[in-house]
Design a protein around this ligand. Structure first.
Ligand code: NDP
Ligand code: 8X3
Length: 255
């Protein structure tokens, strides 16, 4: 049966890869949002060049803006008002500094996006799932939600919050029959590090130097698998690491 998937943060990295992978299955239609609408439109075009029958609707959204999330989700075009799947992917890290000298603006951006944004998206997407017979929420957590590493402080705290919220959603949405899963990746080479280091491409590249990181597609394929399980099966939580990464900080690099 056709399922409508809403992906937050679909303009790059894991979110974009989810759109690309799910589009290959004719059972999915895609609602894509992010702040960079132009990127979403380009993604839609490129997917439809290969899969012309894939239905896609793109809209601009900053998940930090509660009123915008409420308004946009409740005023979607009629054909897109019922959804089956929410992929809470929009998120970011900003800076890698100690608590004593961290930028408080960075802290606000991470908490507002990764925690409050995820909550807003969930709060206003759940009512759109009321008619679904196969509803599923996927939260993108992180190894940073399982471990805390030096200078990771606030980012790690936001991802620990995602971990807690995933568990909370599973409890609170049980009666509605909504499955809730968390996918927690280690290093994935996306724009994540460029965003964390505020455009410093060299520093971002060094994060993945000498090892094979995960790709957005690696994560998207795992999400497609989680979504494809029979209705009575819920994969609660998947921690997915590059083979060369044993923990948040222990990594084997080629010399
Ligand atoms: P990218 O920077 O490549 O993508 C992040 C996406 O989030 C973009 O599409 C961006 O779109 C969107 N986004 C950021 N802020 C907002 C906002 N306020 N409103 C709406 N959309 C927003 O990074 P990743 O793909 O790696 O990150 C995706 C998720 O994966 C994040 O939650 C991240 O924490 C998590 N993660 C990443 C890992 C990694 O190593 N890369 C590992 C573990 C988890 P736009 O800028 O257009 O709004
Ligand atoms: C992103 C992975 O290790 O940089 O969540 O925190 S890490």
């Amino acid at each position: 049966m056709m399922r409508t998937v809403l992906i937050t943060g679909a303009s790059s990295g894991i979110g974009q890869a989810c759109a690309t992978v799910l589009a290959q299955d004719s059972n999915y239609r895609l609602l894509l949002c992010a702040r960079r609408l132009q990127r979403l439109e380009e993604l839609k075009q490129s997917i439809q060049n290969t899969y012309p029958s894939c239905e896609i609707f793109c809209f601009e959204l900053d998940v930090r803006d509660r009123e915008a999330v409420e308004s946009v989700f409740t005023n979607l075009p009629k054909a897109w008002r019922d959804i089956d799947i929410l992929i809470n992917n929009a998120g970011l890290s900003q800076g890698l500094d100690g608590i004593a000298d961290g930028d408080t603006g960075d802290w606000d951006r991470m908490i507002d996006t990764n925690v409050k944004g995820l909550l807003y998206a969930t709060r206003y997407a759940v009512p759109l799932m009321a008619g679904s017979t196969n509803a599923h929420i996927i939260n993108i957590g992180s190894i940073a939600g399982k471990e805390v590493y030096p200078n990771g402080n606030v980012y790690c705290a936001t991802k620990h919050a995602v971990d807690a919220l995933t568990k909370a959603m599973r409890i609170d949405l049980l009666e509605k029959g909504i499955r809730v899963s968390s996918i927690d990746p280690g290093m994935v080479e996306t724009e994540f590090s460029e965003v964390r280091f505020k455009g410093d491409k060299e520093r971002a590249k060094n994060v993945y130097q000498g090892l094979t990181p995960l790709s957005g597609i690696d994560i998207a394929e795992i999400i497609a698998f989680v979504l494809s399980r029979p209705k009575h099966v819920n994969i609660n939580d998947l921690l997915v690491m590059p083979t060369a990464q044993a923990s948040a900080t222990i990594v084997k690099r080629d010399k």
